[in-house]
Design a protein. Structure first.
Length: 145
């Protein structure tokens, strides 16, 4: 390994810790944490993009793929593909339909109903997403069926 690659590798834990600290401080202060490539449009999606495509862009911009996969593989938050319209078993044994209402609730109040086998670790996007963005993300999730 080259010296520059070794320095980069050694600095990763520091960069990660700094990122976590910034996110924690921003959340504690009630700040909005916009991803760097966030779409500027607030009430309408970008011209020429379908809601599904805009939702896919938002999914990537907000780093959702860090916990959720769309390939059927696991992840800290599980996979999201082919779930639309299916029933999910919650921690308390009740069933919930993976539909628009559940997707919206999961974005706004993610720890209200946790799927069996997962922990309550997802942050709320209630104050980060406007209605158009929420609908675009839901359209993207629906398209994964």
């Amino acid at each position: 390994m080259s010296a520059s690659a070794h320095r980069l590798e050694a600095s990763r834990p520091c960069v990660f810790a700094a990122l976590l600290l910034c996110l924690s401080l921003g959340a504690a202060a009630g700040c909005r944490s916009d991803p760097p490539d966030r779409v500027v449009q607030q009430e309408l999606g970008p011209a020429g993009l379908s809601d599904e495509a805009w939702g896919a862009r938002l999914f990537a911009s907000y780093g959702c793929h860090g916990c959720h996969t769309i390939s059927g593989a696991g992840g800290i938050g599980g996979h999201l593909d082919r779930l639309w319209g299916t029933e999910r078993t919650l921690h308390d044994g009740t069933l919930v339909l993976f539909d628009e209402a559940y997707a919206r609730e999961s974005l706004e109040y993610p720890n209200a109903r946790i799927v069996q086998g997962f922990e309550a670790v997802m942050p709320s996007y209630r104050d980060l997403l406007n209605e158009a963005e929420t609908l675009a993300l839901i359209a993207f999730l629906r398209s994964l069926e």
